[in-house]
Design a protein around this ligand. Structure first.
Ligand code: GAL
Length: 384
């Protein structure tokens, strides 16, 4: 009898385990802070990217990172999913070139790719941060590629700096004259109040005016009217630029503004909620996590007002990483998922970049001083 009871209990436990396992296979078993295997069994190797929904399928684009090393050996990866849970590895959407001296020669650095779908041209347009092979982070360029299909292969178009010879449209002639008096080469000591004032006047904008503005960490945003914008860390990562793209999303119209000059914002992520724009950025500490920054504006052109970080609490169950370290992560994209907004981030693993973890957290809103403010708390469960 006792023996039978034990067998029965054992069988029930096994049955429950089997049911749980089959359910989690169906629903996807990814929890924040763990490796997330695609259907090929390998951790999703798409970092610093974005997710685009096209004809009912989700496409996840990102940096394909090596297990060891730092530079781009393969290109930009793409995965597809019917439900955001199960991801199929679709290979490399934009491959590095084997041609010596090519902009995207193997060994260059391709970062933070973002893909947009252009309704007018019916093309997929990819923008990404490009650093040329062997030049560290010196080139600071944006690059463009296009494809007729979401999984590519994308055709590389070009890389460039931004707005050579063009002033931000909101700088009047007097402000332009002030900027032209600045001399970046004279400021050996950074972070003094005087230096900061010069940065605000546009000292680095003027330094790079002729050759074009730097562009590193970046995102893109398509507004309700179909207009697209490129938001990038410029001027030695000190100042963000918001720039309007042309109708085909493959170039700049020339309309742009500086945001938070001297604020050192990286990893920009943007969303719009009830007519208000929100920008969540990181500070500038390489792979190491830091405290996020938040800005809001009623127009994409600003003025952008800075507010405290929206992150709150600790990552319980994940190294107890605190909110003031963005739970150990750095943002990459804010995705609209049906009626929810999800903050996507990378938990970088600089020793093995391909193993960097993904973090998806829902954005909630809280009433404060008659304003609805975004709040992001840790959760193990992924908000599919
Ligand atoms: C981070 C940046 C990443 C990558 C890294 C390299 O600050 O957000 O995209 O460039 O630095 O150290």
């Amino acid at each position: 009898m006792i023996h039978d009871m034990t067998t029965l209990k054992y069988s029930i436990v096994l049955l429950l385990l089997a049911v749980t396992m089959s359910l989690s296979a169906q629903t996807g078993s990814f929890v924040n802070g763990q490796l997330w295997p695609a259907t090929d069994g390998e951790h999703i190797n798409a970092h610093g990217g974005n997710i685009l929904c096209h004809n009912g399928t989700y496409y996840w684009y990102g940096e394909h990172r090596p297990y060891r090393g730092f530079t781009t050996e393969k290109g930009i990866a793409v995965y597809s999913s019917p439900d955001l849970k199960t991801w199929k590895n679709e290979g490399i959407a934009l491959a590095v070139s084997t041609e010596q001296g090519h902009d995207i020669e193997r060994g260059c650095i391709m970062e933070r790719p973002k893909v947009l779908y252009n309704e007018k041209t019916r093309q997929f347009v990819m923008l990404f941060h490009l650093e040329l092979k062997g030049r560290g982070y010196d080139a600071a360029r944006v690059a463009f590629a296009v494809s007729d299909t979401p999984t590519g292969p994308f055709r590389y178009l070009r890389s460039q700096r931004l707005h050579a010879g063009v002033w931000p449209f909101n700088m009047d002639p007097q402000q332009q004259a002030e900027a032209m008096k600045t001399r970046a080469e004279d400021w050996k000591e950074w972070w003094t109040p005087e230096w900061r004032r010069e940065v605000e006047k546009g000292m680095y904008l003027w330094r790079d005016f002729k050759g074009g503005q730097m562009s590193r960490d970046m995102t893109v945003y398509v507004d309700d009217d179909g207009r697209a914008y490129h938001i990038t860390s410029s001027q030695e990562n000190l100042t963000l630029l918001v720039s309007e793209l042309t109708d085909d999303y493959q170039d700049y119209t020339g309309r742009y503004v500086m945001v938070a000059p001297g604020g050192q914002n990286e990893a920009p992520c943007i969303f719009k909620h009830e007519g208000q724009y929100w920008l969540i950025c990181s500070g500038c500490t390489g792979w190491a996590p830091n405290e996020a920054r938040m800005f809001t504006a009623s127009s994409i052109w600003g003025p952008w007002q800075q507010l405290p970080s929206p992150f709150r609490g600790v990552a319980s169950g994940f190294r107890n990483m605190p909110a003031d370290k963005t739970f150990g992560a750095q943002g990459t994209y804010i995705m609209k998922m049906r009626d929810r907004l999800v903050f996507m981030a990378d938990i970088w693993n600089p020793r093995h970049l391909s193993q960097s973890l993904h973090l998806w957290l829902p954005i909630q809103f809280e009433e404060k001083d008659h304003k609805r403010l975004p709040v992001i708390e840790w959760t193990n469960e992924v908000p599919y």
